[in-house]
Design a protein around this ligand. Structure first.
Ligand SMILES: [Zn+2]
Length: 148
């Protein structure tokens, strides 16, 4: 029994490793957002963090989403709410529309994106202007405003 479960977990893992990254980069997950999720690298631009957070939503990586939220905006209920809702939405596509600042030498940045999803059998698209800020050389999600 234990062997079977291990095999399934292993195959799932392997499958994720050879899959194309959910962030839409067309790179393999292993060479893309996984390096941020596994903490072997830190996103150097706001857009990289944005993409890696989208992938984290897609792969239900709650810890990563909590850890990359700016401390001034991190509410105590954030994790609980995330855990309660993260499985309700299946993210299907990410499109970065516009990026301003958020570069390697910037301290803040903005990313306008459109994310497609399926929720309760209905497909939809959400647009958001997300703001990002850097603390001690690391990018964090600050807040977001709906673009439509
Ligand atoms: Zn990616």
């Amino acid at each position: 029994m234990i062997f079977q479960f291990t095999t399934i977990a292993f195959l799932k893992n392997l499958n994720t490793m050879i899959d194309v990254c959910p962030c839409g980069s067309e790179s393999f997950y292993t060479n893309c957002c996984r390096v941020y999720h596994s903490k072997s690298e830190t996103p150097t631009t706001a857009e990289q963090l944005m993409r890696s957070r989208y992938s984290a939503y897609s792969l239900r990586l709650v810890d990563y989403l909590v850890e990359t939220t700016h401390r001034d905006k991190l509410k105590s209920s954030y994790r609980r709410k995330l855990v309660a809702t993260i499985n309700d939405i299946q993210w299907t596509n990410l499109q970065i529309i516009k990026t301003s600042f958020g570069g390697v030498d910037d301290k803040a940045g903005k990313v306008l994106f459109e994310a497609s999803y399926i929720e309760a059998g209905e497909s939809g698209v959400m647009s958001e202007h997300s703001r990002f800020r850097k603390i001690a050389g690391k990018w964090y999600y600050y807040d977001g405003k709906g673009a439509r």
